[in-house]
Design a protein around this ligand. Structure first.
Ligand SMILES: Cc1cc2nc3c(=O)[nH]c(=O)nc-3n(C[C@H](O)[C@H](O)[C@H](O)COP(=O)(O)OP(=O)(O)OC[C@H]3O[C@@H](n4cnc5c(N)ncnc54)[C@H](O)[C@@H]3O)c2cc1C
Length: 334
């Protein structure tokens, strides 16, 4: 069991900055995110897009902002469980909580901060008979640890950046990589698409275009995948893994069942401290709602600062909080 002061659900920009604000008050944080990387929407949806409304940055690329946030919170040694969705929340007799993730990781925390943004990004799945039978037994929707595919036969499906990037990466370590895409052209970065065509031309991967997946076969574990081209010709390829990368769509997910007041997929909060209707649970960033809410990164940062000052009383019930500027004390002396 991981023990921490604050468990933050969501490692998007707001969850990450919460670590900084909590750290200034000597509160330790553990972050959980369903995605395999930190950064939330910034890293998942628009890493190369410039952002113009972060104070002090006339322009900053989304991924650069995430990288800087990670640097900023480094002194506070946060811990992470990535690629795991928070499924269950159990209140303890002393008011604290134990959270359980989809990988059965347990985290004990005095305070829960939900910084879940638009919710969990759930994979868009192909419509195939028997799909569920092979999930976790050859079918996976995200690459958590590429080493899992070393010396294996892998089929990837999709036409966006993830499909292209992972095809390029896995071509170096897998025994055989096949990329299947329903169109002739790719949606992902032209440079990555060019690399994939090069790999195919040089015989390093098999590229199957204008084809759709039609059938899965196996005995307990996936063994082969069938597909049909536009001329309705069917082919079957033996494989150890199928990785459909058809994009992610956000869903509020299990958080909706925790007894929180929800309005249109967002959690209602008290704007004096961004607390929810359940004591010791706060919600900050895109996931919360209140009158005049703006879904902006800078608004989430503000909410985190206010919220941490409120949460202090649960972590240090016997102490009085005294407000200090970082410029007076420096980050490491907090
Ligand atoms: C195309 C685009 C452009 C944008 N441009 C700007 C801009 O220029 N300026 C600006 O201020 N804002 C912009 N935004 C909005 C900005 O991205 C959001 O306000 C910001 O990402 C909110 O941060 P967050 O940390 O609250 O949530 P998110 O970034 O959504 O991160 C939430 C994280 O929580 C995780 N999560 C959710 N539920 C669970 C669960 N049960 N278990 C585990 N993990 C969970 C998700 O996987 C996700 O990683 C833009 C948004 C988009 C889509």
């Amino acid at each position: 069991m991981i023990t921490t002061d604050i468990c933050i659900i969501g490692a998007g920009p707001v969850g990450l900055f919460t670590v900084f604000e909590a750290g200034l008050l000597k509160m330790r944080c553990h972050l959980i995110d369903a995605l395999p990387q930190v950064g939330g929407q910034l890293s998942e949806i628009y890493p190369q897009k410039p952002i113009y409304d972060i104070p002090g940055y006339p322009e900053v690329k989304a991924q650069e902002l995430v990288d800087n946030l990670m640097k900023q919170i480094e002194p506070f040694n946060p811990t992470f469980s990535l690629g795991e969705r928070v499924d269950f929340l159990a209140k303890q007799d002393d008011g604290s909580f134990v959270l359980t993730t989809s990988d059965k990781t347990k985290v004990h925390a005095q305070v829960i901060v939900i910084a879940g943004g638009l919710g969990c990004f759930e994979p868009r799945k192909p419509v195939l008979e028997n799909l569920e039978n092979f999930e976790g037994k050859g079918i996976t929707y995200m690459v958590k640890d590429p080493e899992q595919f070393r010396d294996k036969k892998v089929i990837l499906a999709g036409g966006g950046d993830s499909a292209l990037d992972w095809t390029i990466y896995l071509s170096q370590i897998a025994e055989k990589v096949t990329l299947v895409h329903r169109n002739e052209t790719f949606r992902g970065a032209p440079d990555s698409a060019a690399k994939v065509f090069d790999l195919a031309n040089n015989g390093k991967i098999d590229l199957i275009l204008s084809s759709n997946l039609t059938k899965l076969s196996g005995n307990g574990h996936l063994q082969s995948v069938s597909m049909k081209n536009k001329a309705k010709e069917e082919s079957t390829i033996e494989t150890d893994y199928l990785i459909p990368l058809f994009g992610l769509s956000p869903k509020l997910g299990p958080i909706a069942d925790w007894g929180l007041n929800i309005d249109k997929n967002a959690i209602e909060v008290d704007t004096t401290d961004y607390s929810t209707n359940v004591e010791r649970i706060y919600a900050v960033g895109d996931i919360n709602t209140y009158e005049n809410k703006l879904k902006l990164i800078l608004c989430g940062f503000h909410e985190s600062a206010i919220m941490c000052h409120s949460a202090f009383k649960y972590v240090y019930p016997d102490q009085k909080l005294s407000f200090k500027y970082t410029t007076v004390n420096g980050v490491n002396s907090f």
